[in-house]
Design a binder for this molecule. Structure first.
Ligand code: FAD
Length: 809
């Protein structure tokens, strides 16, 4: 045997062992076997065996390896490890990981993804959607809500309370509806298509707030007292965390409580004097009970020896002396109830702490745990519902509105934004279904909820801008018939709340993802923080060598995927989607490798290098969005007419993955490492392009043509054909126009004229008088013309109708 052949076998063995993520002992044994083979052919001599022994023995004898390798590295790790505040630590500890961990680790198990059950509605949930939800949708007039009374009407408020809309998360034993997360999402999607004020008002009490906190952490007395009252609507809750000085950095709230003795309702009790100044609090102006976050102090050590107990959450009735509440903010013409509140030395018993006095100081953990669930439901569902309704409406409008003698939706320039809206609507619905499905399986998916919140609110904002552009002046002129402008105005609200999006992208998605999803980093961090030195060394040693094997494997896998074009990777399907799984696996391996290299080369600096962190988070996010899309396609029976939507959405995600990695490598601080990364990941350059024009054309046509795919795209939205429902009327107008087209063509060809497609009512008269069409056809032309006129009309007002009525201004 030639030395070249031996070296080739050695290189192949190294690659294979790393690819299959072999253990250290398997590596050593297989190399020992290769050395024996080399000796047999006189390639390996005594010096090589000595070298092998010097490397292999210390690595394989636990005590030697730990003392001479792991111990010094543990000391170094402690030095370079980023310092974590208690609030950061609690945020990282909160929640669970799910399929996000598979995507992060470089080798996702696609069968596992498809085996997760598809979420379904119970009979009661379905009946609620078809009953009270439809009814309230019919009761709300968004223009009246947003422009005339700046609130929901008293009848709507009462209906919401009577039908327990605020009690979807409250257990049945307390009088609530106890809906699944998936059902809550479906309710919010439907409501938001009609009015974002309605959806926000219903969403907040069911999201992070007193109801959720009480169920998770409340004492039995608190649960028995408050939950039935919240379920019946007798109490209106809000939750106040944000203050003028502490927005995104909510852990820095200056609001405080001091433990002391005092009198409450005529009795001397141990309690706390609370002082706060909060703003932006949804439902605060009308709330009867305020969930309050503050820092609790015990200077006289009346509760324990600890003087600074930390962030604590309590329930405060809003009618107590010293509380100021009731004024309103005016968030972007979407006047849901939102406002500031202050408290000045408000004395309440310690029993008012959620969970009682033993939960004093545990408020931050409570909040981040609840947030890891709530963030995946309310804002993503509101965004998905809004865009599903917008996709149908914009498709209908594009087909009905004509310019240059053709529907504007047939123009290539319009097809481009239409395709973005349609594919995003499909993807957004897929993401809410998969994420809420995870919650219903018992997960508290903190990384997924951050991904869903960020990307769905961003996609909602970009899609509504696309829809506005397609509608031209019709989108801009406000009035009762404008179904887009309020969504456009309100989009930044969803982007800002529950963790503003720049912060979420820059810090939260990857910051939590890296530590929670990585198979070894959390164990390394815990070992470094442990006070038991012996255990710490053993744990660190185990995690470190697992980590090294994992890293080598990801480099090997990434390079293999690059040079083979990922064609040899497994895919669960051999159809049009098969290639997508291979490419997603490839980017997953790239993410795992990039993540380790970023952590190793930047150390504690990675926390400050937000743009690196954001781009790594983008890759993880795009992998998740694409996985949800592919899961939806499979769960819905792999219906081939839906493929253009899937193709556009997944190809966009793949392109975005490539773009994020390319930008990351371009901007990687160490240029030598950057060059190596490019050789491993893009040896032949970047190669993926954006979804093709032909795919966009098919998506745009789907949006404009009634068919089963289009119906699936808008599933669950309020589309009832009621004269007061704009979206139902649009659907009817679209069908009428399409049914009229052959009648119009018949008249044109009989008259041998190319007529303009308007005044269809007049054309009906001509068609009848010339005996070209039947009475039924003439009637359809008249109806379609009425619908067409309504669709292209915009509202106008008397001048004084537009001035503010309130002279206090
Ligand atoms: C309409 C509305 C309703 C709300 N409802 C409630 C409620 O019911 N209860 C409640 O407690 N709070 C509520 N909030 C507060 C909300 O959830 C946000 O936490 C808060 O608005 C963010 O603080 P800020 O607006 O002061 O922005 P700032 O914290 O000042 O942030 C400004 C910008 O800096 C960015 N940023 C901040 N830190 C970082 C970082 N480390 N890296 C990169 N970028 C960063 C942010 O992303 C943002 O773009 C609401 C807010 C609004 C506007």
């Amino acid at each position: 045997m030639d030395i070249i052949i031996w070296l080739f076998i050695a290189a192949s063995l190294t690659w294979f062992m790393s690819y299959v993520r072999a253990s250290l002992s398997s590596y050593t044994l297989s190399f020992a076997g290769l050395m024996v083979l080399g000796s047999f052919f006189n390639i390996i001599g005594i010096v090589s065996w000595l070298l092998f022994a010097v490397i292999a023995l210390p690595l394989n004898i636990d005590s030697v390896r730990q003392q001479f390798i792991s111990l010094p590295l543990l000391a170094l790790f402690k030095k370079i490890m980023p310092q974590m505040s208690t609030t950061e630590q609690e945020a990282i500890d909160a929640g669970t990981t799910w399929f996000d961990a598979d995507l992060f680790r470089g080798d996702p198990d696609w069968q596992k993804l498809h085996n997760y059950p598809r979420p379904r509605l119970s009979t009661q949930e379905q009946a609620f959607l078809e009953g009270p939800v439809e009814q309230v949708c019919a009761m709300v007039n968004d223009w009246h809500t947003t422009h005339v009374i700046a609130d929901l009407s008293p009848e709507v408020w009462q209906f919401l309370k009577d039908n327990k809309f605020f009690a979807m998360i409250i257990k049945k034993k307390y009088g609530g509806l106890e809906f699944s997360a998936y059902a809550q999402s479906r309710v919010l999607q439907k409501l938001t298509g009609v009015s974002s004020v309605l959806a926000s008002t219903v969403g907040v009490p069911n999201s992070l707030g007193p109801g959720e906190l009480l169920q998770e952490y409340g004492t039995k007395e608190q649960q028995d007292y408050y939950l039935p009252r919240l379920a019946s609507g007798e109490e209106i809750p809000c939750f106040a965390l944000t203050s003028p000085e502490a927005g995104s950095d909510a852990g820095a709230i200056p609001d405080f409580g001091v433990i002391c003795h005092g009198e409450f309702e005529g009795k001397e009790v141990l309690g706390m004097k609370l002082t706060w100044d909060k703003r932006y609090i949804t439902l605060a102006p009308i709330a009867t009970v305020l969930g309050l976050a503050f820092k609790l102090q015990d200077p006289d050590q009346l509760l324990s020896e600890q003087q600074d107990l930390g962030i604590t959450c309590a329930l405060i009735p809003t009618n107590l002396d010293g509380i100021t509440i009731g004024r309103r903010h005016f968030p972007l013409n979407i006047p849901f109830q939102n406002g500031p509140t202050q408290g000045d030395e408000v004395f309440v018993p310690l029993d008012f702490i959620i969970g009682g006095s033993e939960m004093a100081g545990h408020g931050w953990r409570m909040l981040v745990e609840c947030l890891s669930v709530g963030r995946a439901i309310t804002l993503p569902s509101n965004s998905a519902g809004g865009i599903k309704a917008t996709a149908l409406a914009t498709g209908a409008y594009s087909r009905i509105r004509r310019q240059f003698k053709m529907p504007i939706g047939k123009m290539e320039g319009i097809e481009e934004p239409l395709a973005r809206i349609g594919a995003n609507a499909y993807l957004m619905d897929a993401v809410t279904t998969m994420s809420t499905g995870a919650i219903d399986l018992g997960e508290k998916p903190s990384v997924i909820s951050a991904i869903a919140k960020y990307h769905l609110t961003e996609k909602m904002r970009s899609s509504i801008i696309d829809a506005m552009d397609i509608h031209g002046g019709k989108g801009i002129c406000m009035g009762p018939n404008n179904y887009l402008a309020r969504g456009y105005q309100g989009a930044p609200i969803a982007v800002t709340v529950e963790g503003a999006n720049i912060l979420t992208r820059s810090m939260i998605i990857y910051g939590q993802g890296a530590i929670r999803c990585h198979p070894y980093v959390l164990a390394e961090l815990e070992a470094a923080n442990s006070s038991d030195n012996e255990q710490a060394l053993s744990d660190f040693d185990h995690a470190l060598f697992g980590h090294i094997g994992f890293s080598i494997s990801n480099v090997g896998r990434s390079f293999w995927c690059s040079i083979t074009g990922s064609h040899f990777l497994n895919s669960p399907f051999n159809d049009e989607t098969g290639r997508y799984y291979q490419l997603l696996t490839r980017f997953s391996a790239n993410l795992a490798m990039l993540s380790d290299i970023a952590m190793l080369s930047l150390g504690a600096d990675l926390k400050r290098k937000e743009r690196i962190s954001a781009r790594l988070g983008d890759v993880l996010s795009q992998l998740y969005l694409a996985s949800a899309t592919l899961k939806r396609y499979n769960d819905e029976g792999r219906k081939s007419p839906d493929l253009p939507l899937v193709q556009w959405a997944v190809e966009d995600c793949l392109y975005n993955c490539q773009h994020a990695i390319d930008e990351l490598i371009c901007n990687f601080p160490n240029k030598v490492i950057a060059k190596l990364l490019r050789v491993i990941i893009f040896p032949l350059g970047t190669w993926l392009s954006k979804p093709e024009d032909e795919t966009a054309h098919k998506v745009a046509q789907l949006l404009q043509t009634p068919c089963a795919t289009r119906t699936r795209l808008g599933q669950g939205q309020y589309l009832t054909r009621d004269g007061n429902n704009i979206f139902g009327r649009l659907e009817q107008a679209l069908e009428d126009i399409i049914n009229c087209e052959p009648i119009f063509d018949k008249i044109c060809s009989a008259l041998n004229k190319k007529l303009p497609f308007y005044h269809l009512d007049k054309l009906a008269e001509t068609g009848l008088s010339e005996h070209i069409i039947s009475q039924a056809e003439a009637d359809l032309l008249v109806t379609a013309e009425k619908g067409r006129q309504w669709v292209i009309a915009v509202d106008d007002f008397e001048s004084d109708e537009l001035t503010a009525n309130n002279s206090k201004g």
